[in-house]
Design a protein around this ligand. Structure first.
Ligand SMILES: O=C(O)C1=C[C@@H](OP(=O)(O)O)[C@@H](O)[C@H](O)C1
Ligand SMILES: C=C(OP(=O)(O)O)C(=O)O
Length: 437
């Protein structure tokens, strides 16, 4: 990077090409795990200590909401202490502000639906147009009442005593699974949940960490209502979806060398490592540990000699890589055989329409790309030129195109670069440290 300029509300970051990517990093805690630990610690009895908690704005929105509902939160560097409400959330005095975070709004809806009181959730411009119907359906089937505004936030949850349901998820969403399990935890009877694609399982591990019994039989999860939660002392593993930017950057240079410590290696989040290997990276796992069911390890990434291969990503793999697809697509022009992505329609309802924005920004950098309703085809063997990138105030778009910029000819301007702080405030500092110029 060379300079940062502030134009009205938006920050522009200039990213210069690099010659290599070298160094080692310990990434801030995983965003998905941090959300779940924040919510369950705020709900449990006792004081939880959460070390290496995410530095992203999103999990801090979850902490803020838990605070507004009676949890006590104290910050001490990378460790956060949360004293929970022992299962009785307070009705908040104001609207619950979820900021930019879909996870906060959807998962908390499940936690408050069985509680007494009325809870109104609001968010920023992007969150206000994201679909919430997907959680209204199961929670209303259990007995809660949820008011939406044309299917979106603002969302008001009227809590009520809930009864268990058997729910078969029509879409692959770990946030919907979490909302149903959090409601089932407090419902009368045994709630079951089945999904056709196995999504990230952090909620299952987190519930067990806090002492909840949860069973999986024939791909269906069962949770008995009325269980009590006890505080934990946990270290959050580094975020694989943040690591994705540097892992993809390491692929772009033959002599790159990247070591990541304490990286979350939960198998439901690690599909990216297979993609990196398929494209031509080599990954050495130097050490693996486990805490509360979550694996964390040290990995070393290099690139094999020769050009980068291509890959087709579709079906369950698209769901497992959903947050990594923007950066995978952004480096696709630099592969030999190109990358084709399908079955990723969910990308259209994230913080932005990520298919449309990836296509627009690839074209702004001179790439050829074909847009599909559920994905895109990016041919390989292309050279990109530095251009003007519009983040759409979407963190993953801002960071994905900063990586594409490393191999472009000339400088790239990332408009709305500050969006990175939603999940990874340190991103540009780390990129500067790792990029060899
Ligand atoms: O459960 C989670 O922590 C998440 C699940 C995914 O969303 P969906 O549940 O909407 O697929 C993902 O895109 C999001 O970044 C985090
Ligand atoms: C989609 C994302 O998060 P959320 O749904 O929590 O806003 C993301 O982090 O890419």
């Amino acid at each position: 990077m060379s300079s940062v300029s502030h134009a009205s509300a938006s920050t522009t970051q200039i990213v210069r090409p690099a010659r290599s990517l070298r160094g080692s990093l310990t990434l801030p805690g995983d965003k998905s795990i941090s959300h779940r630990y924040a919510m369950l610690a705020g709900f449990a009895a006792g004081t939880s200590r959460l070390t290496n908690f995410s530095t992203g704005a999103d999990p801090h929105s979850s902490l803020g909401c838990m605070k507004a509902m009676g949890a006590q939160v104290a910050l001490d560097g990378r460790t956060i202490s949360v004293t929970g409400t022992g299962g009785n959330l307070h009705q908040p005095k104001h609207n619950l502000d979820c900021g930019n975070s879909g996870s906060t709004m959807r998962m908390l809806a499940g936690l408050v639906a069985p509680q007494q009181g009325v809870y109104t959730f609001v968010g920023d411009e992007s969150l206000t147009v994201r679909p919430m119907e997907r959680i209204r359906k199961p929670l209303e089937a259990m007995g809660a009442r949820i008011e939406l505004t044309e299917g979106h936030a603002p969302m008001t949850v009227h809590g009520a005593p809930l009864k268990a349901i058997d729910f078969d998820a029509p879409i692959a969403s770990a946030q919907v699974k979490t909302a149903v399990l959090f409601a089932g935890l407090q419902a009368q009877g045994v709630t079951s949940f089945a999904e056709s694609v196995r999504t990230r399982d952090h909620t299952e591990h987190a519930l067990r960490a806090f002492g909840v019994e949860l069973e999986r039989r024939d791909e269906r999860l069962y949770i008995q209502g009325g269980q009590k939660l006890q505080a934990i002392d946990a270290t959050v593993p580094g975020d694989m979806s943040s690591a994705a930017f540097f892992l993809c950057a390491a692929l772009l240079f033959e002599d790159s060398n990247l070591v990541l410590d304490l990286l979350g290696m939960n198998p439901t989040r690690a599909a990216l490592l297979d993609v990196i290997t398929a494209l031509g990276g080599t990954i050495k796992v130097l050490d693996v540990q486990e805490q509360y069911g979550e694996m964390a390890g040290t990995i070393q990434v290099n690139r094999s000699r020769g050009g980068l291969k291509g890959i087709d990503i579709a079906g369950a793999l698209s769901a497992q890589l959903i947050d990594e697809l923007p950066v995978i697509a952004a480096i696709a022009p630099y592969t030999q055989d190109g990358i084709r992505i399908r079955d990723a329609k969910e990308l259209r309802v994230k913080e932005s329409d990520r298919i449309a924005l990836v296509v627009k920004n690839l074209r702004a950098m001179g790439a050829e790309v074909t847009e599909h309703e559920d994905g895109m085809d990016v041919p390989g063997g292309q050279r990109l030129r530095g251009g003007i990138v519009d983040s759409g105030m979407d963190h993953r778009i801002a960071m994905a195109f900063s990586i594409a910029a490393l191999r472009a000819e000339g400088e790239t301007e990332i408009h709305g670069a500050e969006a990175a702080s939603i999940s990874f405030p340190e991103f540009f500092t780390y990129l500067d440290e790792l990029a060899v110029r």
